[in-house]
Design a protein around this ligand. Sequence first.
Ligand code: GLC
Length: 477
Amino acid sequence: MKVLFAVAEADPFAKTGGLGDVGGSLPLAVNQGGCLMTVIMPKYKKIPASLQESMVHIADFTVNLGWRKQGSVLWATEYQGVSYYFIDNEYYFYRDDIYGYDDDKERFAFFSQGVLESILYLKDDKPDILHCNDWHTALIPVMLREHYRDNSFYRGIKTLLTVHNIKHQGIFSKELLGDLLGMREDSLGARSLKFQNAINFFKGGLLTADVISTVSPSYAREIMQPEYGEGLEDIIKKRKDSLSGILNGIDYNKYNPYTDPALTAHYPSPGWKKKNKEELQRYLKLTVEEGVPLFAIVSRLVDQKGLDLLEPIMDEILSLDLQMVVLGTGEKKYEEMFHHFACKYPSKLAAMFIFHEELARKIYGGADLLLMPSCFEPCGLAQMMAMRYGTIPLVRETGGLKDSIIPFDPDTGFGNGFTFKSYKPEELLSAMKKAVTIYRDQKAWTHLQERAMETDFSWAKSAQKYIDLYQDIMRRE
Ligand code: GLC
């Protein structure tokens, strides 16, 4: 069985968030699980030069996009034993960023059509399954049905579409249906895409993929509700029988407290956490003090992450005996908010508005707690990364956070983190106070850290679930 994994980002080639983590780690795990998976993504300007240099030319071909005929080059390389293919078109992808352009819909429509064309040139035989991810590649199953239905080469290829985040859908004006996608108003593909008075890539993919999945069992249930479905809840409900939720894993080689070069001292050497914390406090110019709990936020600074819950309680939080570090980039309003409080409480709060992987791991290594009060969270990976380094997550019970964190009960010693239910500042505050109290109980805290570090978030289990799902897809008519 051969699977082609089509994705907009994959670490270490290109990554802006969790999708890139999964793009970089799931394929390796699936291959290790005995199923051949190859990755295909756009060839961005951003891909590090050393990785670009290793690419070999595979083919030149043309991608038809409505009336456009776009030249395209297919490149390939191997990374950690996994084959990667890259679709190259300078006009679309030689830009400074991966997303954020007015013509993103056209760029990813091109990529999706390019994936289908490139199958003709792949070195291995044609894939049995196209595994698509998020709105960027959601057009693949639509185009496969619409444009390749009568092409015998493509017959029998199955599709899986995984939802990493239903908030971003790829919505554009329906005038582009013919212009960009070459579809007639009443065609099957066009009907699947139509959404209110526009066209919606994600909707089309969710209706036409053979099977759909998302990145945690809880989020699979949530997106069938209006509160989380972002307008697509009824579409997803329709596909209920073809929907599954598989929790992501993380790369245990990269996030490894035994060997991580970002750490000052490694697990399990005596006092390793204390040394990392001291080093981190010094680096952040916070008061160097062992007994003060250090909370971390390592996140994209966007609405999804629940940061607006913090604003009204920041003064109260920072009047407690604790410290806080924030690392991430995103919306101005959040950067301004944290900047304001960092100026007000310089010895207690440090905020850095950059995307910095090594620093993130240094923080996981030195902090005591990780805050993730997300409004919604399809899976969430930071909580898993933090736990690997004995840093205890405090999360809102939603999506993958609910599926990965069991609230700690000091009486039974059961659980691996702290949680709160309602999306309310006072609930977050009281969970933080509870965490601080338990932190002061050395014995309970050590036990909790052990529980957290023992929780298995390696990919092996989840990769096997994907392989089972692929097998299930192959059995479908
Ligand atoms: C998106 C989601 C996040 C998930 C990641 C990988 O970034 O917001 O919750 O962990 O995709 O699936």
